[in-house]
Design a protein around this ligand. Structure first.
Ligand SMILES: Cc1ncc(C[n+]2csc(CCOP(=O)(O)OP(=O)(O)O)c2C)c(N)n1
Ligand SMILES: [Mg+2]
Length: 455
């Protein structure tokens, strides 16, 4: 039993995973009845990732889901009726029938950024959301997801690098479900763990069994706490399997049958049911009650969606461009005077001689984070790709991956080892690390010319 989770929270994890699964099963049926406008992208077998990760967030935190993250939307507070109506493009949907799938969000209340892409572009966006929260001193964490395939895009690398240098409070969940459409992971990257992509950016990473909801939640909670205390960003690779084709139109004939069988035996929901039973956290009656509640809620919301009208054609033009409908104001949690001159004015610290050379704060030891391959002599570096052993794709070893394994030789790659960033805005001139650094590099008192103390 996870001692940080109460019995109620354990049961809630089950509720959300089962709700996620049952809701998607209904969407598949509706799709076959031609009642869905657009696609249905199943997350069958991946529910523990969506639920376990989003469950680590607080209401003030922000998330941006991908198309396979319906579970995150449920955890964050959207109702099944939002998902039904949205997929059916009904006038009652969050986008009033103007968009489909999970392409909707809520910037005001639930703090959900509408997905703009499956392929990495949410990473810089959510890094920016996290940084904006820091600037406004909201103490928020931003979370988003990426696939094994999406982690090969430029946007992934640009976004993660940007988040890393800015120390953005960003938790990035890499869902390694073995496939990117019909491309297996062995053809995606010559890496044992996709979490190792974090090495290139000097940030922490973890690998977790994505079919174990408690392990997923535990590692996500750790990552959220780290980010909230300023030690982000963090990359978490959750290993799992996409149990259906890319979408409803794809029968996934390219997937070996025994691969499905291997992962079916590791279905996250029966695994978690067993976990709850073995630890005496529920009995058959409690399970039946939760299942009945799910059935009831889904019946009601599906009926609502099916009976809702399609949008009036007259409304097609409305809301395409903002006509004063968005009056979102920043929620300042700090006095604005702190980030405006004169308080925000800083002395120029860079010298012209610094340009083009490595810049270190005076007196600070050179402790820049080195990746393993950088720190080794040339002859010890990795073999060229054609000599590397490729992963025995698509099968996984018989044992489950360790619940929370650290990435990298020494386990943790910690940017907090590196000298603190000088960022006058955001971290702010009043930031403690910045002030410490300034004090250390300041000449002794009697050497300094008299200066008025800034407030
Ligand atoms: C620029 C662009 N190319 C292709 C697609 C179609 N597409 C969407 S998701 C996807 C595969 C993504 O694979 P992965 O990142 O592993 O996520 P998964 O589908 O496995 O969850 C593709 C090819 C797209 N949406 N945008
Ligand atoms: Mg994938």
């Amino acid at each position: 039993m996870n001692h940080q989770l109460s019995r109620e929270r354990h049961l809630e994890l089950y509720y959300f995973m089962q709700l996620n699964r049952q809701l998607e099963e209904r969407l598949v049926r509706l799709f076959r009845q031609n009642k869905i406008v657009g696609g249905v992208y199943s997350s069958l077998g991946q529910e523990a990732i969506s639920v376990g990760t989003a469950y680590a967030l607080e209401p003030r935190d922000w998330l941006a889901p991908m198309i396979r993250n319906i579970g995150t939307l449920l955890v964050k507070g959207f109702k099944p009726r939002d998902i039904f109506t949205q997929h059916m493009a009904k006038a009652t949907s969050p986008t009033h029938g103007k968009d489909g799938t999970s392409h909707f969000g809520d910037l005001k209340k639930l703090h959900v950024v509408s997905p703009i892409s499956m392929l990495g572009d949410l990473i810089p966006v959510m890094a920016g959301v996290g940084m904006a929260g820091r600037y406004l001193r909201q103490k928020i964490v931003a979370m988003t997801w990426i696939g094994d395939g999406g982690s090969s895009t430029g946007a992934f690398h640009e976004g993660l690098n940007f988040a890393a240098v800015q120390r953005a409070p960003l938790v990035l969940i890499l869902e390694n479900n073995q496939w990117a459409y019909s491309t297996p992971v062995s053809r995606q990257a010559p890496l044992k763990n996709f979490a190792d992509r974090a090495l290139a950016y000097g940030i922490k990473s973890r690998v977790v069994d994505g079919n174990d909801v408690v392990a997923v939640h535990e590692v996500a909670k750790y990552a959220v706490d780290e980010c909230r205390s300023g030690r982000g960003p963090i990359l978490i690779e959750a290993q799992t399997m996409r149990m259906k084709g890319h979408a409803q139109h794809d029968p996934a004939e390219y997937v070996p049958k025994d691969m499905f069988e291997f992962w079916k035996a590791r279905d996250p929901i029966p695994l978690y049911e067993k976990y709850l039973t073995e630890r005496g956290l529920w009995d058959a009656k409690t399970k039946a009650e939760i299942d009945a509640r799910i059935e009831r809620e889904l019946d009601e919301d599906q009926k609502f969606a099916e009976e809702s009208p399609l949008p009036d054609p007259q409304t097609a033009k409305q809301g395409v461009y903002c006509e004063g409908c968005h009056t979102i104001q920043a929620d300042w949690q700090r006095p604005k005077e702190q980030v405006m001159p004169p308080a925000a004015s800083v002395q120029a610290v860079w010298k012209i001689a610094d340009f083009g050379a490595a810049i270190m704060p005076s007196g600070a030891p050179n402790r820049q984070v080195q990746s393993e391959s950088q720190s080794k002599p040339a002859q010890n570096r990795q073999q060229p790709p054609h000599q590397r052993s490729t992963r025995p794709a698509p099968h996984r070893p018989a044992e489950r991956p360790p619940a929370v394994a650290a990435s990298g030789e020494d386990g943790v790659h910690d940017v907090s080892e590196a000298p603190p960033l000088r960022v006058p805005f955001g971290r702010g001139p009043k930031d403690r690390a910045y002030e410490r650094e300034q004090q250390q590099s300041r000449p002794a008192k009697h050497d300094r010319p008299h200066r008025r103390r800034r407030r």
